[in-house]
Design a protein around this ligand. Sequence first.
Ligand code: 5GP
Ligand code: ZN
Length: 111
Amino acid sequence: MDCLFCKIASKEIPSDIVYENDEAIAFRDLNPQAPTHVLVIPKKHVDSISKTGEGDNLQALMAAAVEVAKLEGLEHTGFRLVINDGQHGGQTVFHLHVHVLGGRVMTWPPG
Ligand code: 5GP
Ligand code: ZN
């Protein structure tokens, strides 16, 4: 399968990795939308959050995202986790990822 984020997870394509464990890997977004913008992905390919099933450890993925936020020093100021799904959700890369955004005040509602 020709998947950009699988290639980043396997380190075939280089990225700025900030965290890794058995289940997940986290790297800086190429086009950051905040002072901290990290993508956390499961190492095992799944297209999107809506395509996940019993074999996908979403607990581990979200725990990794929170760990990244803490490592980035966002624990006290707060941060935002975003998962885009499908066309209306604004998903552009079809390997599930959690955006960890922080370092500035976020607005609501999102665009
Ligand atoms: P989505 O729009 O699917 O929720 O988010 C995809 C994200 O992946 C975007 O924020 C985009 O900037 C980021 N991205 C796309 N290609 C690359 C890449 O090759 N390397 C990295 N580090 N980020 C990428
Ligand atoms: Zn993939």
